[in-house]
Design a binder for this molecule. Sequence first.
Ligand SMILES: *[C@@H]1O[C@H](CO)[C@@H](O)[C@H](O)[C@H]1NC(C)=O
Ligand SMILES: *[C@@H]1O[C@H](CO)[C@@H](O)[C@H](O)[C@H]1NC(C)=O
Length: 189
Amino acid sequence: MITEAWTFLLHVVGLLLHSLTPCTPPEILSMGNIDTKQYLGSWYFIAVAGERDSDVNKFRAVDSTIIVLQEAANANTLLFNGSIRVGNRCIKEVWPYHIRPGRDDLERDGIPERLSPLWSGRLLNCSECIFLQESEQQPPLNRVLFYARSASVSTEMIKEFQMKVSCLGMRNVFVLPQEKEYCQLDEMA
Ligand SMILES: *[C@@H]1O[C@H](CO)[C@@H](O)[C@H](O)[C@H]1NC(C)=O
Ligand SMILES: *[C@@H]1O[C@H](CO)[C@@H](O)[C@H](O)[C@H]1NC(C)=O
């Protein structure tokens, strides 16, 4: 009887501690104050996490994506050149983002109301990782894209990612299968 009460008490204390444990806040890279050159070059798209299913759904058909990050002729614009593998097809897309004075995040070209902060790899203690959050009020959007310098990361790291982002309210996670051949950009930087 005493043991049961004790077990129950420990259980309650455990729940309480768990609910008090704060989420690890991401370290947001202040675009005006960092040297973006260190982030240029190739990145593999590892996973995406979203608050709603609709935030991640469009990625579910994607097998793999390589992003080459480069500066546009205008250095205040970063180009995310993506080579996307969907089934047997390779799709190329370019997403330009602008660095604006007075804004810490990146401004997605043509969607100034969307917030697109870059999070440092510190979230997973991974210097070769970076995260791009995309959030908007209307239509509602909140997701984070996980990129790494190497094509594969450990399963522990994926689990850690799921834990950290679900604590931040993004519980729908899609990990890219990366089963087929990668699509390459014609002129890799
Ligand atoms: C973070 O990574 C570094 C180098 O990989 C390691 O030495 C350190 O112990 C790690 N820190 C934590 C908190 O995991
Ligand atoms: C990225 O896209 C831009 C704009 O289309 C293009 O000029 C550039 O060559 C591309 N870079 C790579 C590495 O494919």
